[in-house]
Structure formats: structure tokens, C-alpha cells
Design a protein around this ligand. Structure first.
Ligand SMILES: [Zn+2]
Length: 1025
């Protein structure tokens, strides 16, 4: 339903593990009904209603308004969803690459008139039950969204957001901290060398360590060379030091004005209250201006262009000789033409997605490259959309061949069009996406409408997706060549086309470092002795401001007593189908059925475990039964909402040295397609085409490339996984399935010339895993559909009975846990127990071609059910907010950092961090800080709020009961954990810090991913990979 924006141009303000698992609560239809009462022309709190439109397909009523005095635009989507969302977006169209909109996004969140304390945004994370809080800088707008289920909280957050956006302090010190500054490397030593520092400066250096990001940025800059899209809105690291504080304030005055703003609210809270607060606290204080931020259309080129850029070599790329990227990009029409945008985004899917798409057949299957280029398909994030097609991981000599294939494929499409069934499959996909109750619906809507609305497109029209579907079907009926004509117009005859290639340069990083050094020296040479003294003093001032304990009492806050004391119960029923245990969970799924099966790994020989992730990624993509892989993909699109398999390592809730291992099958479908979905699973069990070697090779190549690309983005996860590897038996398996070990293994498989051995292994794995004897299932569906689903599940079990085989577990120490602890049904989960496991300490370093580090340290503590677990959870949160954030982000200049508790481990991490050893020492000082007990009851209460906002983040109907199904966590166990969280005290926090985290008490692992590191090289206690 939502247009894909492949270019990774949106940046998150911070990294969080809490995520945003939000909800959909079916209650009365009061919010929708209430909203439909509004009349066009009606005046409310300084606004005039322009339009009221019911959108029944999305269960919402849209109310469009404008603010009379300032012209601010407003859209409210009333929907009976308690997870209310607010967002305000400003059109920010920079004309240079100093990163001014991005640095502004950071600095407005550093304190405002009404809330002058430092960093109110981060502080609100601990004073609220928000389900989401963040800020984004896109190429041409900046957005500030939050969501919460609590109405008092909504008002609190709205007040802080409005004040931050419209009345920020923008102190010079904030600009230094968040943007850039020259400072002594050691701020307390005036003789240490001057260096560049600043959060955004480091963040962007980190962001451009990702080659995919580098490519996407160049492509956009060069395809739209005449206005705001030709610059880097996030900031080009070497241009950032050209920005002045004054320019920043000027940019705010012209861009962060109501006349340049679009407000969006979503959910079941009354619109009037929002309007009143926004008018009183912000808009009434402004007069209308002409912001003059429109983006002009990009003048069309009369002939196509070519260009070339370089990047750093990728040490983990599957084939070092093939690291080139080439793609062709086409300028399309204006995104405010809703139907044209809809059509082109569908067209793009037809051309590219899945093994039946012509570009997939022409470019991926001949294995010229490892995958599509990082930017591929329709991109509607700029005023005029673009379409890109190309490859990454290709050899330089294939350049001409790829260009030829692209133009030939376009000709072929114009010639033969698309099969009707593929179009039908795509429309089916839209139907499913509209029906699926997503976990963060408000936020999805906000980002879905943002780009078009930003250029004065009609957001209500965008929401009426079914109208576009109807119009699309009609257009195809009227003109069978409708799509082919579009291809001819937009691709074949389009002279605004850019062919951009990228190749690795061994001296890339060196050149970058040199350019930075030159920039630095130029700045330093311009300084007088007085300037240098000034810099030193300002550095000390900043340090002392950062070290001061901060008074946040001006900020609104919820209280611990605002938290619900009990959790709602999710009833499930446990029964069997064909002898296999099944958990049934009745939910308002809106006509969809969700099916999962957990298959145990206990009988699988251990030397095959490294291959399990590969098995998961290919088993639903190689063809099955009578279907080849193309037909299978088609059927999956036509009949299901997707079928996938993933690895599972589930630590036991009572014992650190026990865990369950398996793979999880997941799928969904419309109720009418249930038999088709089970048929596809039966065919997968009975006859998967694992011996399709050519298909397998394509899939292997793509997986290896995807893993290698993911490291610069998820480096902290890889560091954490490695650090915990030797601390618990589950940790070791997690490293095998999803750590650096797996990345390197897949690289090796991708390099193998002969895959027959791999095929034999995958076939063996299939016999162990897809065995109903080792399986349990879960179904989420509406009450009306439940008995029918049970009957069909029963017949599915008959269909796959031939795969039943009693096999011996490879370990002798298997422990059974009842599936239903309250009622002895005799059904159980089988866990591995390694009570003799000896945790060991290890420090591992992975040198990688990044200019920043990912640092982590994990400490073995206690399992979920242990009485100290809750204190450790609160401690991790409190230490993050009250100590580590200041040390690692504010002082250290890393993008993010903190502590978390999970899987029996207390873990520290940093993200895109210029430091390594210094960060490890910050972790240690965090423990000392905790042991010293220098924190207040207020600090503890804030940490509790923050932990509960994660614990209570709502769960969608499709995922209800899954915690119980996978981990055996019952509502009763969750409730006891909840009570232990409430009961955490100052004393218990100091005690857990002393007994688990202190030197001597702990067993810990450390891992760092990052650039060459002299300190580590010299220290023999490190293992360098
Ligand atoms: Zn940022």
C-alpha cells in the first residue's frame, strides 16, 4: 500500500531497542463517528474545516483544516486506535551541504523557551509512556512525530514538541555540541591538538561509511542537479564546518514557521483538544509569512548523462573483484499527481520485484552482479519521482553489457507487457496490506503522506487507495496497453536519464582522511592565539555544562502511578491437530488468518547449524511440488500475505544455561485463501526443490551481499552478539545464526564454485526440521473462522504425515517444559540444558573499513524469572539516561550508546562511535556510578516509566499470544515481572550493581568493530580477527 522509498535518506534521531510495536484496538467506532460530524467551513480554535472524508477501507475519517491566521495546514485521521500519533513537518529545502536542516533538527531538541533544560527530548523519553518519539531529516522536509496511548501523556509531549519546534533556545553551545566545533582533543589540555567534534559531524561520517548510502546520495544529487536535491541535506562531513551559528538561526526563522508547517494527528483522541492546544501554545503567536520554500520542477535534460564515483573497498563483499555498481535512473512525473504515482509504483513492482519480473530475469538470474543496486525501483521521496534499475557487485567489464540488457528489457516490456495474473497478484497484495492491522499505523500514515503533502499534493486523495485501485483497473480495461505506454513514455523516450557507476578505490579512506586533515589545518591556520585560547575555554565550558547535574523539573511528566498496575489477559487455547500441539488465539484480525509453526532443531547434527540461516532464506523460494520457483512466487503473491522462515534461539526464563532452538515458519492469508496457503506449505514440506542449483546460487549471492551491506548499519548488533558469544550456550548459537561468524560463512558459500555439497546439507536439514514430530503451531484468526482453520490444519497435518519420523536428539540433556503450565495437557517444549557450561571471558576486535567504531561489552547475570532481573532492567535504563548518554553521546560524540538487559545478559553498547577504549572505560565508570548510589528517586521513577513504555508497547492482533507460544511466557509470569519492576528500589539497584556488575563479580565479553586500532594491536589480551 505504501510507496517504497528505497533511498535511505531519512535518518533517525537516535537508536533505540524499544522499537515501536504499536497497536490496533477494536473498540466502538466513536472516534470515526465523531469526526464525521464536522462540517466544511466550520471554525474551530482558529482553524477552518476544509474537507471531511470517510475512508472506510482504512477504517478512518479524514478531516482537513487550515489555520486562519498563519495558513498552517492540518490533517486529522480519526480512527479507533488508542495509539495516538502527532507529527509536524516543515518544508526544509537547503541550498548547500552544510547539513543545516539536520543540525537544526538536533539543536531544536536541546531546549526551548518554556522547557529550557538541556535535551528535553531525551529527558521526555523517561517521563512519558510514549510508544514512539523521534525526528527525521529527509531531503526536503523535517518531521517530528510521537505516539502514545495515554491522553495526558499526549498533551505533555505535544507541549514539549511545539515549544521545541517553534521556540527553541538554539544556544551557541547546543550548536557546538550537536553540529560541529574545533576543540582540543583532550578538552582539559590546551596543548593537545585541535580536532573537529560534534554529533552530526560524526553521525554523517558514520553514515557515509556505508557504500549503499554513498551511492544513493550521489545518485539523487546528480539526477536533480539544479536545486535543493543537488545538496546533502544531512550534511557532507567536510562541508559541515562551513556552517555558522548565525546561519542556523536564520534557517530556523524562515523554515520553522507555521506558514511552512503541516500538522498531522491520528487516533481516537478528540480533534478539538489538539487544535486548542496547538493554537494556544504555538500558532496564535505568529503572523503569516511567505516562506518561499517551494521546490521548482527539475528542468528536463535534452540528452541522457553518465557519471562515475568511487567508494571504499568492501572487505566482506562476496567477491573482491566484483565490487562495482551501475544503475540507470529516470526522472518521472510530479508526485502530487496521486494516480500517476500509484500507477508508476505498481509498474515498478511489476518490472522488478520477484523472480517473475522482467528485470529480475534479465539482470539477477544471469548472475552478472550480486544483487540489484542499493537504489532500485520507484522513489517518490522527491518532488518529481524517479525510477532506478541496475546492479551492485558486478565486474567493471560487464558495464556495457548491463546497459544493453536494461534497454533491451525495456523494449521487451513495451513489446509484450505483463501477464494478467501478475497484476492480479499485486492488487491482492494491496488488499492484504490494507487489511493487516499494522503495529504502527499512525506513523505509517504520516510517512506515507509526507512527501506528496510537502509539495501541496492532496493527502486525503492519497489515503483513498481503493479509488486508485478502481481507477487503475478501469484504465487497464480501457486500454490494454496502458502500462506498456507508460513504459514507453517514461523509460524508452525519456531523455532525462542518468547512468551512474561506482567503483572501489583502495585509497578512498586515505583521501578522505587527508581532505579532512587539510580542512582542519586551514581552519587552524586562520586562528589567532586569542582564538585558540577562546576555543580552549569554550571546550571547558561545554564540558562543565555536560557534567553538571541537570534540573529537568520544568518538564511535564507522568507518574509511576499513571502506569496500569495489571496487564490485560490474552486468552489462548491449546489443543492438537493430527497429534501436533496448536495454540489458538481469537483476535479481531479483520479477515486475515496468521499461521506459525515452530520446528525444533534438537535432532540436527551440530556441524550443520551454520547452514540453518541459509536453509531458512531459501526454503520458500526454490519451488515446491508441481510449481517451479517462479510459479511458487506467483502463487505466494496471489494467495498469501507472504511465507517466511527464520531462526529462533530462545533463552529459558529460569535457567541461563538452557534454551530452545528452532526455526519459525510464518505466513498469513485472507480467510478465503486458507486452503491455498496450506497447500503451499504441504508442497514445501513434501517436495521442496532444493536441488535447483542455479536458483540456489542466485539466492546465496543475494543473501551474502545483504549481510555484508548490513554491517555498517547494524554494527552494534554484531558487536553485541559477538561479545555475548561465550557467556551462555544460547549466545554461542546466536553468533552462529546471526553474528560475524555467519557473515563470513555466507561469504565463503558465495565463493564456492560447486554447491552440490551445500545442496546435500540443505536436504539433510530439511528432513530434520520439516518434521511434524518436532513441531508446534499457532493460529491467530477471528472467532468465526477458528473452527474452520482447525479443520484445515488437521488436513494439512495429514498431507505432511509422510515427513514424520522419530529422531533422536543429538544432545542427551533435553528438558521438557509444559506448553500450558496451568493445565497439564501433556504437551511440551523441548529445551537444551547445558548445566556444565563454563562461560569464558574474551575480547574480540574486527578491523573493518569504517571511520567509526561499534563497541560492546556483555556481562552474564540472571534469567528472566530471577528476582533481581527487574532491578537490572531498571538499572540498564537509568544508567543509559543518567550516565552513559552524557558520556558516550554528549561528551564522546557517538551517535548513540547505552545499556540494556535481555537474555540473561547486561550489555553495554555504542553506535557509530569515534572512540573505542574511552567508551569501554565509560562503561566501567557507569558501573561505579551505579554502585555509588548517586541517583535520586526521581531518576528511578523515570527509568520505570521508560521501561514500562516498552513493556506495554501494544501488540497487534497478528502477534497476540506469541510471547507465550515462543518463550512460554504466560500472562501470570509477565504480571509477576511487572510487580517486581514496580517494587524496584534505590537499595535493590545498588545491590544488583554490586553483586553482578563489579570487577571480580562478573564474567564478561567484549567486542569492537571498527578501524585499525593501535591500542588493541599492542594489547595481547585482544583477539584480532
Ligand atoms: Zn542526526
Amino acid at each position: 500500500m505504501f510507496r517504497q522509498t528505497k533511498a535511505a535518506l531519512q535518518k533517525l534521531r537516535y537508536v533505540s531497542f524499544n522499537g515501536c510495536r504499536n497497536t490496533w484496538r477494536l473498540q466502538s467506532t466513536s472516534a470515526v463517528e465523531r469526526a464525521s460530524q464536522y462540517q466544511t467551513g466550520q471554525k474551530i480554535h482558529g482553524f477552518t474545516v476544509r474537507e471531511v472524508v470517510a475512508v472506510p477501507d482504512l477504517f478512518l475519517t479524514a478531516v482537513k483544516l487550515t489555520h486562519d491566521k498563519t495558513g498552517a495546514q492540518y490533517l486529522h485521521a480519526a480512527r479507533d486506535d488508542a495509539n495516538n500519533l502527532f507529527s509536524v513537518q516543515l518544508r526544509t529545502t537547503p541550498m548547500d551541504s552544510t547539513g543545516v536542516p539536520h543540525i537544526l533538527e538536533h539543536t531544536v531538541l536541546c531546549g526551548s523557551e518554556k522547557y529550557p533544560c538541556r535535551d528535553p527530548f531525551f529527558k521526555m523519553l523517561n517521563r512519558s509512556l510514549s510508544t514512539f518519539m523521534n525526528a527525521f531529516t529527509a531531503s526536503d522536509y523535517t518531521m517530528y512525530p510521537f505516539s502514545t496511548q495515554n491522553s495526558k501523556d499526549f498533551q505533555n509531549l505535544l507541549s514539549v514538541y511545539l515549544d521545541a519546534v517553534f521556540f527553541p533556545c538554539l544556544r551557541e553551545q547546543d550548536f557546538w555540541q550537536e553540529g560541529w566545533r574545533l576543540e582540543n582533543e583532550n578538552p582539559t589540555d590546551p596543548n593537545s591538538p585541535l580536532v573537529f567534534k560534534g554529533v552530526v559531524f560524526n553521525e554523517m561520517k558514520g553514515a557515509f561509511s556505508d557504500n549503499e548510502r554513498v551511492y544513493a546520495q550521489h545518485l539523487q544529487n546528480k539526477l536533480y542537479p539544479d536545486h535543493t536535491y543537488s545538496v546533502v541535506s544531512g550534511g557532507e562531513p567536510l562541508d559541515i564546518p562551513d556552517l555558522t551559528w548565525k546561519q542556523l538561526k536564520q534557517f530556523h526563522a524562515t523554515h520553522y514557521h507555521p506558514s511552512n508547517a503541516r500538522f498531522f494527528t491520528y487516533g481516537n483522541l478528540p480533534l478539538e483538544q489538539h487544535l486548542k492546544q496547538i493554537e494556544e501554545e504555538a500558532l496564535s503567536k505568529f503572523e503569516r509569512i511567505d516562506p518561499n520554500t517551494e521546490v521548482p520542477s527539475q528542468p528536463h535534460w535534452s540528452s541522457p548523462r553518465e557519471d562515475h564515483v568511487t567508494c571504499s573497498p568492501d572487505a566482506l563483499a562476496p567477491d573482491p573483484a566484483r565490487q562495482n555498481t551501475l544503475c540507470m535512473s529516470y526522472l518521472l512525473g510530479d508526485i502530487t499527481d496521486t494516480f500517476e504515482g500509484f500507477t508508476l509504483s505498481l509498474l515498478s513492482s511489476l518490472m522488478i520485484s520477484g523472480p517473475n519480473a522482467p528485470f529480475y530475469k534479465a539482470l539477477i538470474e544471469p548472475k552478472i552482479g550480486t544483487d540489484f543496486s542499493s537504489v532500485v525501483g520507484y522513489d517518490g521521496s522527491t518532488k518529481e519521482a524517479s525510477f532506478s534499475i541496475g546492479l551492485q557487485g558486478m565486474a567493471e567489464e560487464d558495464t556495457e553489457r548491463v546497459k544493453q540488457i536494461i534497454s533491451q528489457t525495456i523494449n521487451d516490456i513495451i513489446e509484450s507487457g505483463f501477464e494478467e495474473e501478475r497484476i492480479e497478484a499485486l492488487l491482492h497484495k494491496i488488499e492484504i496490506q490494507m487489511k493487516h492491522q499494522s503495529t504502527n499505523f499512525g506513523l505509517s500514515l504520516a510517512s506515507y503522506i509526507a512527501s506528496s503533502w510537502n509539495h501541496d499534493g492532496d493527502p486525503v486523495e492519497l489515503l483513498q487507495i481503493n479509488d486508485s485501485v478502481t481507477k487503475f483497473k478501469q484504465a487497464l480495461k480501457d486500454n490494454p496497453c496502458f502500462l506498456q505506454d507508460k513504459v514507453k513514455h517514461y523509460f524508452k523516450e525519456n531523455t532525462h536519464r542518468l547512468t551512474l557507476s561506482m567503483s572501489p578505490d583502495d585509497t578512498y579512506l586515505e583521501k578522505q582522511a587527508k581532505a579532512e586533515e587539510e580542512k582542519l589545518q586551514k581552519k587552524i591556520q586562520a586562528l589567532s592565539e586569542g582564538d585558540k585560547k577562546d576555543i580552549y575555554e569554550k571546550g571547558l565550558e561545554l564540558l562543565s555544562a555536560q557534567s553538571k547535574s541537570q534540573d529537568a523539573s520544568c518538564l511535564p511528566a507522568l507518574k509511576v502511578s499513571d502506569i496500569e498496575p495489571t496487564i490485560p489477559i490474552t486468552p489462548v487455547q491449546i489443543s492438537t491437530a493430527g497429534g501436533v500441539p496448536v495454540q489458538f488465539c481469537e483476535q479481531p484480525t479483520n479477515g486475515l488468518v496468521y499461521f506459525r509453526a515452530m520446528c525444533s532443531l534438537n535432532t540436527l547434527p551440530e556441524d550443520l547449524r551454520l547452514y540453518v540461516p541459509l536453509f531458512c532464506s531459501v526454503i520458500t523460494k526454490v519451488g515446491c511440488g508441481a510449481l517451479d520457483y517462479r510459479q511458487q512466487a506467483q502463487q505466494m503473491e496471489l494467495r498469501t500475505g507472504g511465507m517466511s522462515v527464520s531462526t529462533q534461539v530462545i533463552p529459558d526464563s529460569t535457567q541461563l544455561d538452557m534454551y530452545e532452538q528452532g526455526v519459525l515458519l510464518s505466513s498469513s492469508c485472507l480467510e478465503r485463501n486458507l486452503p491455498h496457503m496450506f497447500q503451499l506449505w504441504s508442497d514445501t514440506f513434501n517436495n521442496p526443490h532444493l536441488d535447483e542449483v542455479e536458483r540456489l546460487r542466485v539466492l546465496v549471492m543475494m543473501s551474502a551481499q545483504e549481510l555484508a551491506n548490513g554491517i555498517s548499519y547494524s554494527g552494534h548488533m554484531y558487536a553485541l552478539t559477538r561479545a555475548s558469544r561465550h557467556l551462555t550456550p544460547a549466545g554461542d548459537l546466536m553468533e552462529t545464526f546471526g553474528g560475524m561468524k555467519q557473515v563470513k560463512f555466507m561469504k565463503r558459500v558465495a565463493e564456492m564454485s560447486d554447491l552440490s555439497q551445500v545442496i546435500r546439507i540443505l536436504t539433510r536439514i530439511k528432513k530434520h526440521l520439516l518434521n511434524p514430530d518436532n513441531m508446534r503451531c499457532a493460529v491467530n484468526a477471528t472467532p468465526q473462522k477458528m473452527s474452520d482453520t482447525a479443520a484445515q490444519l488437521e488436513s494439512f497435518m495429514k498431507d505432511v504425515a509422510q515427513n514424520r519420523k522419530e529422531r533422536k536428539p543429538v544432545r542427551s540433556n533435553i528438558i521438557e517444559r509444559p506448553l500450558d503450565p496451568l493445565q497439564d495437557s501433556g504437551l511440551s517444549r523441548k529445551l537444551i540444558s547445558e548445566l556444565n557450561f563454563q562461560p569464558c571471558q574474551m575480547k574480540t576486535f574486527f578491523p573493518l573499513p569504517f571511520p567509526v567504531n561499534f563497541v560492546s561489552e556483555c556481562i552474564r547475570t540472571v534469567p528472566f524469572s530471577h528476582q533481581d532481573y527487574a532491578s537490572l532492567c531498571i538499572l540498564a535504563r537509568m544508567m543509559t539516561a543518567k550516565f552513559l548518554h552524557g558520556e558516550i553521546r554528549e561528551k564522546g560524540g557517538a551517535y548513540g550508546g547505552g545499556a540494556r538487559m535481555g537474555g540473561g545478559l547486561f550489555s553495554f553498547y555504542s553506535y557509530r562511535d569515534p572512540n573505542s577504549m574511552q567508551t569501554l572505560s565509560a562503561f566501567r565508570r557507569g558501573v561505579d556510578w551505579a554502585k555509588s548510589g548517586q541517583f535520586t528517586q526521581q531518576d528511578i521513577d523515570e527509568a520505570k516509566l521508560s521501561v514500562f513504555s516498552a513493556v506495554d508497547s501494544p501488540v497487534s492482533p497478528s502477534d497476540k499470544g506469541m510471547g507465550r507460544f515462543l518463550s512460554g511466557l504466560t500472562d501470570e509470569m509477565k504480571q509477576s515481572h511487572r510487580e517486581r519492576l514496580f517494587a524496584v528500589t534505590h537499595k535493590s539497584l545498588v545491590e544488583v550493581a554490586e553483586s553482578y556488575l563489579g570487577i571480580g563479580q562478573r564474567t564478561c565479553g567484549v567486542a569492537i568493530l571498527g578501524p585499525e586500532n593501535k591500542a588493541i594491536k599492542k594489547d595481547p589480551s585482544w583477539i584480532v580477527k
